[in-house]
Design a binder for this molecule. Structure first.
Ligand code: KG4
Ligand code: ZN
Length: 352
């Protein structure tokens, strides 16, 4: 084991000293997407293969962990092969393997980590463990070079966080959700409107057709940058329930628009409140909910007004993918933060 460790550290030093482009194979299996990607120098995507399991989980109305793990096991080697083939590369060309090791579903994480370790060990390739949220943040670096200090608004199915970064690879959590993540609230509200899973995109689309005419609460949690979305979610369920009891119907588009307005108002307001207190060079949007058109529009408008450089990843890089993991892995590779064969999936992994 020690010889493998020494070998990969030496190999990294040698590869960096050659000054050639560094190719990283990224692997992501933290939830319901099996993904592998080949990324050059952390910024150029040579391939990014994503196999979504949404169809398998839809009938259960959410991700079933056991089903997710099984799909990852069935797909992972095929997806890695496909990512290499699409990039026109073989494992001989790969300088490092970056894999998500948390947070996420433990059984799902383990599949990616085991695959990464096996290939890294067999081929003597350096291994890098990546935090899933760091990956989401680094999806922005495919759009533009990052400038520090920066603030990242991370909104996904499992996370809602405001993260301050003073340099590459350093993450300070300024605020986070105390209950539901934004994406989770979207999915639950969507389910109450009998929309398919995952409901975020459906609510987003419906919201564009409706009017925010239904009063809903906003949890400001004054004096803190934390968020809370479970009260808002319950309020939506109450509106539907009360209407049902009175034999009335609520226009789903209006409810979607009202819910979306409440979510966006709090997210945008809190983010910019922080920026007024501690100015930053850039504002980044990250995570699955970054695909939300209403949120993108609201942030763009506000950023223009306040002359803040806003970066938003393209839709395809907002939801889970391995290119973003390779992108964040490149930073750790540069710093020499290599993992060893003790790397394990950690469901509740905190940001480094
Ligand atoms: O980042 P992601 O792919 O997985 C996690 O790391 O959690 O995010 C998935 C979440 C789901 O809750 C989904 O409903 C939400 O992102 N989402 C959206 C939109 N597209 C995806 N939520 C609101 N509006 C959207 N357009
Ligand atoms: Zn994610």
């Amino acid at each position: 084991m020690n010889t493998w460790n020494q070998k990969v550290h030496k190999r990294r030093e040698h590869d960096i000293s050659e000054g050639k482009p560094i190719l990283i194979l990224g692997i992501e299996t933290s939830c319901d997407e099996t993904s592998a990607a080949v990324v050059e120098d952390g910024r150029i995507i040579r391939s990014n293969i994503i196999s979504s399991q949404i169809e398998s989980h839809k009938r259960f109305g959410g991700v079933v962990p056991e089903v997710a793990s099984r799909h990852h096991v069935e797909n992972i080697t095929l997806i890695i092969d496909e990512a290499l083939a699409k990039a026109n590369r073989t494992l001989d060309d790969i300088h490092a393997i970056a894999v998500t090791y948390g947070p996420g579903l433990v059984g799902a994480l383990l599949v990616g980590v085991a695959a990464a370790k096996a290939v890294a060990f067999a081929r003597g390739i350096p291994l890098i463990g990546v935090h899933h949220i760091a990956g989401h943040i680094y999806a922005n670096r495919f759009v533009k070079e990052l400038e520090f200090p920066l603030l990242a608004l991370v909104v996904s199915g499992g996370h809602t966080e405001i993260v301050y970064m003073k340099e590459h690879g350093s993450y300070e959590i300024i605020g986070q959700t105390r209950d539901d993540a934004v994406g989770e609230a979207y999915d639950k509200v969507a389910r109450s409107l009998k929309l398919p899973y995952p409901g975020g995109p459906y609510i987003d689309r419906l919201a564009q057709e409706g009017e925010a005419s239904i009063p809903l609460p906003r949890a400001w949690l004054d004096g803190s940058y934390d968020f809370s979305f479970s009260g808002l979610k319950s309020a939506v369920l109450n509106v539907l329930h009360n209407a049902d009891q009175r034999g009335e119907t609520i226009a789903p588009a209006n409810l979607a628009a009202s819910f979306q307005e409440a979510v966006i108002e709090v997210l945008v307001e809190k983010t910019f409140r922080f920026i007024q207190e501690r100015p930053v060079k850039q504002l980044l949007l990250a995570g699955g909910v970054a695909a939300n058109r209403g949120l993108r529009t609201a942030l763009t408008r506000r950023a223009e007004g306040e002359k803040i450089d806003l970066i938003v990843p393209p839709m395809s890089l907002c939801t889970d993918n391995a290119a973003m993991i390779a992108g964040a892995g490149y930073i750790e590779y540069q710093k020499g933060n290599l993992a060893d064969m003790t790397l394990n999936g950690i469901p509740g992994l905190p940001l480094p």
